[in-house]
Design a binder for this molecule. Structure first.
Ligand SMILES: [Ca+2]
Ligand SMILES: [Ca+2]
Ligand SMILES: [Ca+2]
Length: 114
């Protein structure tokens, strides 16, 4: 998995509005669906959420600053994610928005995106 692929998928996850599994480009779903069964489980989403902050931290200082996020997100999206407005997207802030979007994609509420 390349950093670029993670960033592309992250941008998709963070795009305005919920996503559906069938709207994920081929390959993007496979990035999260590590078991390859076509279903995104909570464990698979947890693993993805855990790796996103490091993938976005291109200068490797341990923080995701606005300038780093701006390569894949609009300033409006960044502002919406940075809930404490400190100019840094914390792992918690990133996790919250990814989980919210993926949860919205779970249209039948069974805890899996299928
Ligand atoms: Ca799976
Ligand atoms: Ca950084
Ligand atoms: Ca913040």
């Amino acid at each position: 998995m390349t950093r670029t692929a993670y960033l592309g998928l992250l941008a998709l996850c963070l795009a305005a509005g919920p996503i559906a599994a069938q709207e994920l480009p081929a390959g993007a779903l496979a990035i999260i669906d590590t078991s390859g069964d076509g279903i995104l489980t909570a464990d698979e989403i947890d693993a993805f959420v855990a790796i996103v902050p490091a993938a976005m931290d291109t200068n490797e200082d341990g923080k995701v600053e606005v300038a780093e996020a701006a390569t894949v997100l609009t300033l409006e999206q960044i502002a919406a994610i940075d809930t404490n407005a400190d100019g840094v997207l914390s792992p918690e802030e990133l996790a919250a928005v990814i989980r919210a979007d993926l949860a919205a994609a779970d249209s039948d509420g069974n805890g899996q995106i299928d």
